[in-house]
Write a protein that binds this ligand. Structure first.
Ligand code: MSP
Length: 661
């Protein structure tokens, strides 16, 4: 029987639309779920929406909507956004569903039967945005100690849960299970909180109407955090005994702000009800904007839909997990996202794929060759690739997504080095056919392994990679234990043509919608709002920009136009004539990071022997084109009108690949 792997995200408040911070939690859980499906686990991946409580009640009233209408609409908005981000959740629970009410009632009755519920009067402070009770002593200058916002004074009849009974048992559990709460700093935080003494918890409200009724407690609704936490049991069928097939959950992924609810309240409820505790609670950090906490209430949130529209889902998923170690805070920067997309995804990974696939077409008619004898070059490559799966497994077990990606990236780097070192273009030229077969095969095989390993983080990219490698893989059938063994790529398949994996994006074309801005929903909504990406407030164009846009056309280009052309110093490492052409030479030009094939109209002026070894100026971001059946991946600059009179070359030797500005 396959081992069960139950992973959850927090359920999201539906008082507003989803933002990047929410997307982060869900993407992390999705990567884990996809990875565990490939390690043979029977995965249940749960997410959903938290729809009751005073915060939602107030937000609906402010919009002039009924709470049910608003939660229906905004819950759909979260579900749609998760589709946009390629989230593979198996279940989506809403706390307004009947099955959830049944589960909450059952758990409440369990706590009651255990003697842990009693009725009393509550008097104290309540923070609506955090849905938290506080004592006067806990307040920070009269404000909520968590979010620093003003609190409300509450005095009402309430049911209490005897949380004070569970401090010792919880500490014991935390000590006995060092991985129960991670990272360690968060575990210590929870332990310190418990050591400070647990107070009984108010678990019902009479001043709030939008919630689940307390069984046999007329006028009371259940405290929204008790209601919400039970979602993890609802999804597995509680109170029906079949919930035990899936419980305990293997991982609850949460943000650091909701640690106390998951690390203290939730396990106390479970201990009282005699239900096993979850295996792990992993708490991640916060994404900030310019160092400021990103939150709906601050209005400085980034809309994941706008990011996906410009960058695609995979670059966003990759960036969020690669940029910051899980557990630490990070600053969300669009330029940094752009840089990782262009440099790592488009250049290092995308170019590797297109170079190798293009060479298989050029030298082997697009057919995957059969490898022959290997050399030290293959040994180095295979050793690196053989080591990656164990490194990824260790990283994934600890939710160290950045480390998993860094381990996979050693493969990208090594595969690029391998191609440069083995120079298949030279092997082709020199007629070393068997060696060329081995090198092309090994490069393709490295790409196959990378595609599989990138699948959990970048599912679309992986699919596009294996399609270009001539593979038809069903991700649900991939078994990492067997598919990551070197040599799995079948020889003889014909590859489709190379297609750019990630288009290089222009820094000048970042849409205004990606400027962190207020994505709060307008009060007036349209019927199909749930289907639309969140709207953002685009900055108004300054007058100068407006007049520039409407100015009559002239012969000038702006400095931005010029900056679009990427010029680099290249060194011609090989050159040959193109038989059917008097004008064209086929060059291999080293541009520092890679060697590009460039077809240049210079044959009347230069012989191949003359040009090899020369430094030239190359346009390196020109869209590849075919000339006389040969792919040209750049252009070299030369003087002359109809005929070339001289190549442009630096007056002093400079580093190959240097940028020209
Ligand atoms: N409804 C509760 C959770 C109940 S779970 C039984 C809640 N909802 S929330 O919508 O406010 O937050 C959901 C998740 O998003 C939390 O894990 C929270 O940490 C995360 N994030 C919200 N803003 C965030 C950032 N700016 N950065 C990273 N994650 C953040 O809390």
């Amino acid at each position: 029987m396959r081992p069960s792997f139950f992973v959850t995200t927090p359920i999201f408040y539906v008082n507003d639309v989803p933002h990047i911070g929410h997307a982060y939690t869900v993407i992390a859980a999705d990567v884990l779920a996809r990875y565990r499906r490939m390690t043979g686990h029977d995965v249940l991946f749960l997410t959903g929406t938290d729809e009751h409580g005073q915060k939602i009640e107030k937000a609906a009233a402010a919009r002039g909507e009924s709470a049910q209408e608003m939660t229906d609409r905004l819950s759909a908005r979260f579900a749609t956004m998760w589709q946009t981000l390629n989230i593979s959740n198996d279940q989506f629970v809403r706390t307004t569903e009947a099955r959830h009410r049944t589960a909450v009632h059952a758990l409440f009755n369990k706590l009651k039967a255990a003697g842990d519920i009693y009725e009393d009067q509550y008097k104290g402070a309540y923070c609506v945005p955090c849905e938290s009770f506080w004592t006067e002593l806990q307040l920070d200058d009269g404000n909520c100690p968590d979010c620093a916002r003003p609190v409300e004074e509450v005095e009402e009849s309430s049911y209490f849960f005897r949380m004070s009974r569970f401090g010792e048992a919880l500490l014991q559990h935390i000590n006995d299970h060092p991985d129960f709460i991670t990272p360690k700093s968060r575990r210590n935080e929870v332990a310190r909180f418990i050591e400070g003494g647990l107070r009984d918890l108010s678990v019902s409200r009479t001043g709030v109407k939008w919630g689940i009724d307390v069984p046999d407690g007329p006028g009371h609704v259940i405290y929204v955090w008790l209601d919400a936490l039970v979602n993890y049991l609802t999804a597995v069928g509680y109170p029906d005994d079949r919930y035990k097939d899936r419980w305990p959950a293997q991982v609850h992924i949460i943000g650091k702000d909701i640690l106390r609810f998951h690390g203290v309240y939730w396990p106390s409820f479970l201990l009282s009800a005699g239900i096993d505790l979850p295996e792990k609670i992993v708490s991640h950090g916060w994404w900030t904007i310019d160092g400021e906490k990103m939150s709906k209430s601050r209005g400085n949130v980034v809309d994941p839909g706008a990011v996906v529209a410009h960058f695609g889902a995979d670059p966003l998923r990759y960036f969020l997990l690669r940029e910051v170690p899980f557990g630490q805070d990070g600053n969300f920067s669009v330029p940094q996202l752009l840089s990782r997309t262009n440099t790592e995804l488009a250049n290092d990974l995308g170019n590797l794929l297109s170079r190798v696939v293009s060479m298989v077409h050029r030298y082997r008619d697009g057919v995957v060759p059969t490898p022959t004898a290997t050399t030290d070059d293959e040994t180095v490559l295979i050793t690196i690739f053989d080591a990656i799966p164990a490194q990824v497994e260790t990283a994934m077990s600890g939710c160290a997504f950045d480390k998993a990606l860094a381990a996979i990236w050693t493969g990208v780097t090594e595969a690029n080095r391998y191609v440069d070192r083995c120079a298949p273009w030279s092997l082709a030229k020199q007629g070393h056919d068997e060696r060329l077969d081995t090198v092309l095969y090994s490069a393709l095989e490295a790409l196959r392994l990378l595609a599989i390993q990138f699948y959990p983080t970048m599912p679309d990219c992986a699919r596009r990679m294996w399609t270009q490698l001539g593979l038809q893989l069903d991700p649900n059938q991939i078994d990492l234990a067997t598919s990551l063994k070197w040599g799995g790529l079948p020889s003889g398949a014909t590859l489709p043509g190379a297609v750019a994996l990630f288009p290089r994006l222009d820094p000048d074309q970042i849409p205004a919608s990606l400027t962190p801005s207020n994505t709060k929903e307008p009060t007036v909504t349209t019927d199909n709002a749930a289907q639309q990406p969140a709207t953002t407030t685009a900055p108004v164009a300054p007058a100068a920009a407006a007049s520039e846009a409407t100015a009559p056309e002239d012969d000038f280009i702006s400095i931005h136009d010029f900056a679009k052309v990427r010029l680099q110093v290249g060194k011609v490492v090989e050159a040959e004539v193109i038989k059917k052409s008097k004008k064209l030479l086929k060059l291999q030009v080293d541009i520092g990071t890679e060697t590009r094939q460039v077809v240049a109209g210079i044959a009347r002026k230069y012989s191949p022997e003359e040009i090899v070894g020369k430094q030239v100026v190359v346009v390196t971001n020109l869209r590849p084109a075919k000339l006389m059946g040969e792919t040209s991946e750049g252009m070299i600059l030369a003087a002359g009108d109809s005929e070339v009179t001289a190549l442009l070359t630096p007056t002093e030797p400079v580093e190959t690949g240097a940028r020209i500005k």
